[in-house]
Design a protein around this ligand. Structure first.
Ligand code: NAP
Length: 328
């Protein structure tokens, strides 16, 4: 079994494994479609057995369901002390219309959310608490001060943000310590490399990459015969659309050939690559079944040689020039 390495979470006293288990799909809602709680629990247990110590969730994943499944599973096997639990605040849902979500990072809302998360996770402390998305209607200082208060009180052990720009992080840091950023990052989504990643390196902010398999696109399975699921996540991923699909398939074939040199799968190559990038702390990879997390942990314990890194760079560069991104 490959040994998964640990890295420090910014300047906190927490150490996390370079592979973390993402649990969005445990929410079992329209985003990822049907998911049995038993499969979620077994995936979580297998991840811990394989040496992963870092679990990422959020209240919005199934409107509390992902957190509740994790809380129950950890309590049953008395595993709480073995894991670093990360959750989030700031994306809420309407009681009258649970499918409708909205941003709220006001102090009062955070105070309510943290207690709800502690209860669902059946824990006394949250190891990493993250502002999920910037909330345009709340001053960043209000959010940062609220999180810092929770940190001082010991309800949370580290403070993070997700989907924040450099400007937003700078503003946040005027009011609070900041230990981590959770941005989207994978071979196919490298936007953070120009400004965000250098800023995090300079300021010792841990970078926790989400969707490191680009929602399973980088397993290659949709290019090699498997049907694309009819869920919301895949329906909005532009890498699976029209001409982009063909361009990504060509890149995936070339990347798979690199992976084969190491007797590794494309998913394992894609995860290894993320974790090897300068400034990256870990890859938060989603899994719905034990077999998936078993394959994904095969990304640890080996290195991509320099000439293959260069080859990957040219494959990705060629792809990047051809891919069509939606206008934001
Ligand atoms: N902060 C944020 O805004 C944010 C946003 C997105 C995600 N996240 C976090 O990041 C985590 C990971 O991101 P993600 O779930 O979007 O995407 P991902 O990690 O890129 O992809 C995960 C999905 O790929 C499939 N998969 C995983 N391993 C596989 C394997 N070995 N072989 C075949 N298929 C495999 C599974 O779905 P199928 O079996 O259905 O294909 C799995 O749910 C989330 O769970 C969440 O914790 C955070």
């Amino acid at each position: 079994m490959p040994k998964i390495q640990y890295r420090k979470l910014g300047n906190s006293d927490i150490k996390v494994t370079t592979l973390a288990l993402g649990t969005w799909a445990f929410g079992a809602d329209r985003w990822w479609g049907e998911q049995r709680d038993l499969d979620s629990q077994n995936t979580l247990y297998r991840a811990i057995e394989l040496g992963i110590n870092f679990i990422d969730t959020a209240p919005i994943y199934g409107n509390g369901h992902s957190e509740a499944v994790i809380g129950e599973a950890l309590k049953k096997e008395k595993l709480r002390e073995k894991v670093i639990l990360a959750t989030k605040a700031g994306l809420r849902w309407k009681a009258s219309s649970p499918e409708e979500s909205f941003y709220n990072l006001k102090k009062q809302s955070i105070l309510e959310e943290v207690d709800d998360s502690l209860r669902r996770l059946q824990t006394e402390v949250i190891d990493l608490y993250q502002a999920h998305f910037p909330d345009p209607s709340t001053p960043i200082g209000e959010t940062a001060q609220a999180l810092y208060k929770l940190y001082q009180k010991g309800k949370i052990r580290a403070i993070g943000v997700s989907n924040f720009s450099v400007g937003q992080m700078r503003e946040f840091m005027k009011f609070s310590a900041l230990h981590s950023l959770q941005p989207r990052y994978s071979m196919f989504r490298r936007e953070i490399e120009s400004e965000i990643l250098p800023f995090c390196i300079e300021n010792n902010i841990a970078v926790l990459a989400y969707s490191p398999l680009d929602n399973a696109v980088l397993t290659g399975k949709f290019f090699f015969g498997q049907k694309i699921p009819q869920d919301k996540v895949r329906s909005i991923n532009y890498d699976l659309e029209g001409e982009n699909f063909r361009i990504n398939k060509e890149a995936a074939i070339k990347l798979k050939a690199v992976a084969s040199k190491y007797k590794k799968s494309l998913a394992q190559l894609a995860l290894n690559w993320v974790v090897a990038r300068r400034g990256l702390t870990c890859a938060i990879v989603g899994a719905r079944r034990p077999a998936q997390i078993e394959e994904n942990t095969g990304a640890a314990g080996w290195e991509i040689a320099k000439e293959d890194m260069e080859n990957i760079e040219s494959i990705l560069g060629e792809r990047e020039e051809r891919i069509k991104k939606p206008l934001v």
